[in-house]
Ligand binder design. Structure first.
Ligand SMILES: [Zn+2]
Ligand SMILES: [Zn+2]
Length: 318
């Protein structure tokens, strides 16, 4: 237990909630629930630091201690994120097969949430950092800096969370987001490694698009909206942003189904294609010049291979 732990627990500190601090001459807001970069003793001099060098943690609570000097009296309870290297260093050579599989699947910008808590002084905070949870939700936020999927429990030295990265029951591989693409099937609501799918139909994305327009989407819909809604749902790998296009496609599908929502967004149904592209980009905070950047979401990605869902009986193309 450190002196700061004692100060936190001695009953004299007052909970303050969110607070502003002065940091390198700038005002930095410390908000409970947000994630920050922390300086630590092993960190190199400032000029050569990268984001990866900092410790990263989420502020769980903020207190002011009445008797500590004013430069050290703002105390933070921080829940730490662990990197893959942190776990490897801690475990040395005692990595189990399952733990190795998960660590090997981790992307460069991936962290592990943890049960490790400590009390630190606000002077160790450097800046805010964006760390989002990557799950299987239809409104999955994009990854800009870091993300996490799993929880590292330091006490039992194990990773918790669902390592099953694939809807195919016999596939036991986790998903490696920056190496492998996955496809999603809206019918069975599962993600699959593309390596686990069969390209059985030899249909092109363009042919699938035309078939889907004829089969299900009557009405004067703008082509841009149809293309966004009816493209394959994909994430990861060389061509797709880590969080993928599921939130864009889910939104575009809702717009096709709901005229009121469409009118609310566009004002009328007579807008041309470029206007619809700009509306969708604005909705998702995408700059036109970012299209095609693997770190950015794209409203539409063409020339993709089409696969068949292995779990759905009606040969659903994905
Ligand atoms: Zn698989
Ligand atoms: Zn399916």
């Amino acid at each position: 237990m450190t002196d700061l732990d004692e100060c936190w627990k001695d009953g004299t500190s007052a909970d303050v909630g969110d607070i502003e601090i002065s940091n390198n001459g700038q005002v930095l807001s410390l908000l409970v629930g947000n994630c920050y970069l922390f300086v630590h003793k092993d960190i190199e001099d400032k000029a050569s630091r990268t984001l990866d060098d900092y410790w990263k943690g989420k502020i769980e609570n903020i207190k002011i201690h009445p008797t500590l000097p004013s430069s050290k009296n703002i105390l933070l309870k921080v829940r730490w994120f662990w990197s893959k290297q942190d776990v490897q260093t801690q475990m040395k050579r005692k990595l189990s097969h399952d733990l190795s599989l998960i660590l090997n699947s981790m992307a460069k910008q991936e962290l592990l949430a943890s049960d490790t808590l400590s009390i630190v002084c606000s002077s160790s905070v450097e800046d805010e950092v964006d760390i989002i949870m990557l799950g299987n939700e239809n409104n999955q936020e994009p990854v800009f800096e870091y993300f996490f999927r799993f929880l590292w429990k330091e006490r039992d030295a194990a990773v918790h969370g669902d390592p099953q990265g694939c809807g195919l029951a016999k596939c036991k591989r986790p998903w490696a987001p920056d190496k492998e693409e996955q496809r999603y099937c809206f019918s069975c609501k599962l993600w699959y490694h593309v390596d686990c799918l069969v390209s059985a139909t030899r249909i092109t994305q363009e042919q699938l698009f035309e078939a889907r327009v004829i089969n299900g989407c009557n009405g004067p819909f703008p082509t841009v909206l149809l293309q966004a809604a009816l493209q394959p749902v994909a994430r990861g790998g060389q061509r797709h942003f880590i969080a993928g296009n599921i939130r864009i496609i889910s939104f575009a599908r809702l717009l096709l189904e709901d005229e009121n929502m469409r009118m609310k967004l566009a004002g009328n149904d007579q807008l041309d294609g470029p206007s619809w592209t700009r509306l969708l980009e604005a909705e998702f905070g995408i700059e036109s010049e970012e299209q095609g950047d693997e770190w950015k979401e794209a409203i539409f990605t063409g020339n993709q291979s089409i696969y068949k869902c292995p779990n759905c009986p009606m040969s659903v193309e994905i």
